[in-house]
Design a protein around this ligand. Structure first.
Ligand code: PAF
Length: 286
């Protein structure tokens, strides 16, 4: 696996793979990789011939009071994991390589609809930052397909919308969330948790499972289910940010008639903000 830092080197390596007739798969990341990321790379390796990953902690998607400065940077360990998962080329640009004119005057991509509410409301500008950097990375790599985690459910919806609305010739593949044995969704931000917080953290996903179980057994008072789940989160030591039930294809607020649902949550434990979601289909046989 080669690691390159410049767009010029990236272009040369991808052009060579293309000249050899290879399909290009792409996995953009911010590094500090865990089994959730390596599953994305493994999927890209299954579905393409030449896998490119990027590690870039994108300042444009962080708010002023967020963790850009402390976001964990673990390049050597990441390189090993990527290689083992089947990555062929790693792109690790500096901020200047991606934003040579600075960020203030940078053209931005703003996805409508699915980017509003949820994390879009809690983190103003976040999805503009994500959509902008993903557009730039897609233009740099020119992949045939790209793989993203369903853990960031709204982000995946934003990227699918971006690709559709701007006619980008990239197939988007969503991969299921990878969880620890106790149910906690793997996330680079789990590393911020104290031992006690880590023990409490699976309560977030449990609260989503309880909502899903109640809906499956016929409960349709969604507001009541949300209130109960928020109480459970609070009792476990979380400060709920949002907890919403939406129709999973459109991300519009769910109505009692909807069959494909997703429960999305963000909550703080200490200073760490965790997100999770649970998508389910009431018509699916389980
Ligand atoms: O999900 C992430 O790690 C980031 O939001 C992404 C897609 C790499 C864009 O910076």
């Amino acid at each position: 696996m080669n690691t390159v830092k410049t767009i010029r080197e990236l272009h040369a390596a991808v052009a060579q793979a293309r000249a050899e007739g290879k399909q290009i798969g792409f996995v953009p990341t911010m590094g500090n990789l865990h089994a959730g990321h390596t599953a994305l790379v493994a999927k890209a390796a299954q579905r393409s011939d030449f896998v490119v990953a990027s590690i870039f902690v994108n300042p444009l998607q962080f708010g002023p009071n967020e963790d850009l400065g402390t976001y964990p940077r673990t390049l050597a360990a990441d390189q090993e994991k990527l290689f083992e998962a089947g990555c062929h080329l790693l792109f690790t640009p500096d901020v200047e390589e991606i934003y040579p004119g600075g960020m203030a005057g940078q053209t931005r991509v703003c996805v409508q609809g699915v980017a509003e509410g949820l994390c879009g409301a809690s983190r103003p500008g976040h999805f503009d930052g994500v959509a902008t950097v993903v557009t730039k990375l897609f233009n740099m790599v020119q992949p045939d397909l790209a793989v993203f985690g369903q853990k960031d459910f709204q982000q995946l919806a934003v990227i699918r919308t971006l690709v559709r609305d701007l006619n980008m010739p990239v197939q988007i593949i969503g991969e299921p969330t990878v969880r620890a044995e106790d149910g906690l969704a793997l996330s680079s931000r789990n590393g911020y948790l104290s031992e006690e917080q880590r023990r409490a953290a699976p309560a977030l996903y449990r609260s989503l499972q309880q909502i899903a179980a109640s809906i499956r057994s016929g409960e349709r008072d969604l507001a009541k289910l949300i209130a109960i789940a928020q109480q459970q989160q609070t009792a476990a030591g979380f400060r709920p940010d949002y907890l919403e039930i939406r129709e999973s294809n459109s991300l519009r607020a769910a109505s009692p008639e909807d069959r494909q649902l997703v429960i999305l949550a963000a909550a703080f434990i200490g200073n760490t903000r965790l997100i999770d979601n649970l998508a389910f289909d009431l018509d699916a046989v389980t």
